[in-house]
Design a protein around this ligand. Structure first.
Ligand code: UD1
Ligand code: MG
Length: 425
């Protein structure tokens, strides 16, 4: 199996943040999380090394608690990308196979592209393969220098490039596939005789050529995939691109999205065909939405939500960590959290599951059986179970379980005082 190295030690100064750059999020997944998931989803890579430096502890903690097949390696001080990769040498001393190198701040890279890239590397019998990209404005990227026979000569960084070289539009995308056993010796031979005084990873290209290795560049099809995050503006741009990609995929799968401009859906949300998403919905985290559902306008699904077929979640309804079974409606102004809701249930406007106890800080579950009807403006104080077929009258506060097919009511009886206004007036 292949190993990966994910570079994430850089500072990310332009984010102007207390949070390490790679822990910033698109929806509720971190930038480095997207990269690790893309790596894992290739099915070809079994272990990743994430190089950490700035705020290393926080990244370390995140990786440890979220990924079993990724470990962090500290790079301190940060002396350049070549130095960063050399940090894994002790871990891969006897490793024979390929190592794929990526950056932790390019969340749009896909596993399909990585798979194709690795396939190219193998079929070309390459020892070093660099992913390249053609940019109209190549500023700041390392330029790909090719020989007259088109073979790869070297990579020159912007700051080291001549005016002629700066005109080259083919750039280094920052993703590499290396035959580790053959490249490993290069890391002890890198030098810092360049404009930035750093150990450049890109110098392995010239080293490979000098040592008779097979060195190649493989152009990327869609430049968007290597879009790097350096600022809050970039974060917003990448979120838009990621969202657009997800919405297009869902539409291709038969989901109607009335207004893609105002609809946000995380890449980890599955939606069945013939479901309609009305404008201004925000759906984050992992969710599974069935077929023929109607969501929104202005609905908020916050993750771990399962909606079976034919469910309606209407305007100003927020749902979190809940399952709503088929043919159930929650059409207006509700909060449904930590709940299990049966089939053919009607949840009246303004119903709230009070799932959080601020004194104990505990979250509790609300369970509604099949065919339950909840009257408008009711509060269901969890833990609570409303059993099959039971009805809850409008404006009730339910603090105890309600048995099958019964009616629960807590509101004060209505008084009508005849002629009161006339007498007072
Ligand atoms: C690098 C490449 C450049 C390429 C570009 C693509 C080198 C010398 N240059 O340039 O050819 O076009 O990426 O984006 O490799 N990092 C560490 N430790 C370090 C330095 C950097 O982990 O000591 C990490 C950073 O956090 C970042 C990545 O490596 O994720 C790239 O570093 P950065 O300084 O952004 O490289 P560029 O100058 O953009
Ligand atoms: Mg740099």
């Amino acid at each position: 199996m292949i190993k990966s190295v994910i570079l994430a030690a850089g500072k990310g100064t332009r984010m102007k943040s207390e949070t390490p750059k790679v822990l910033h999020q698109i929806f509720d997944k971190t930038l480095v999380g997207y990269v690790i998931d893309a790596v894992n989803n290739t099915g070809l890579i079994d272990e990743s090394f994430v190089i950490v430096g700035h705020q290393a502890e926080r990244v370390e903690e995140y990786i440890k608690s979220n990924y079993t097949n990724a470990k962090t390696v500290l790079q301190s001080p940060q002396l350049g990308t070549g130095h960063a990769v050399s940090m894994v040498c002790p871990y891969l001393e006897n490793f024979k196979g390929e190592v794929v190198i990526l950056c932790g701040d390019t969340p749009l890279i896909t596993s399909e592209t990585l798979k194709k890239f690795i396939e190219y590397h193998k079929s070309a019998n390459s020892d070093i393969t660099v992913m390249s990209a053609i940019f109209d404005n190549p500023t700041n990227y390392g330029r790909i220098i090719r020989n007259s026979d088109n073979s790869l000569n070297s990579i020159v960084e912007e700051k080291d490039a001549t005016e002629e070289q700066k005109k080259i539009k083919e750039v280094n995308a920052g993703i590499y596939c290396l035959n580790w056993e053959k490249i490993k010796p290069a890391f002890s031979q890198l030098k810092t005789n360049n404009a930035q005084g750093e150990y450049y990873l890109t110098d392995i290209i010239e080293w490979g050529n000098k040592n008779g290795l097979s060195v190649n560049a493989n152009p990327l099809e869609n430049n968007e995939e290597i879009f790097g995050i350096n600022s809050r503006l970039n974060l917003a741009q990448a979120s838009k691109l990621m969202n657009k990609r997800t919405l297009e995929k869902l539409m291709n799968e038969g989901v109607t999205i009335i207004d893609p401009e105002t609809t946000w859906i995380s890449s980890e949300t599955e939606i069945g065909n013939d479901t309609i998403i009305y404008p201004s919905c925000y759906i984050s985290g992992k969710n599974k939405i069935g077929s023929n559902c109607k969501i929104g306008p202005f609905a908020h699904l916050r993750g771990d939500v399962i909606l079976e077929d034919n469910v309606k979640v209407g305007n100003f309804v927020e749902v979190k960590k809940s399952i709503i079974k088929k043919n159930t409606n929650a059409c207006h102004l509700s909060y449904i959290g930590d709940s299990e809701i049966g089939e053919r249930v009607n949840i009246g406007a303004g119903t709230i599951t009070a799932n959080y106890n601020p004194l104990t800080k505990e979250k509790s579950k609300t369970v509604l059986g099949n065919d339950v009807k909840i009257g408008s403006n009711s509060v269901l104080v969890a833990p609570v179970e409303i059993k099959e077929g039971a009805n809850v009258g409008a404006l009730s506060v339910i603090t105890k379980n309600v048995s099958e097919w019964s009616l629960a009511l807590t509101r004060a009886p209505l008084r009508i005082i005849e002629g009161w206004v006339r007498r007072k007036g």
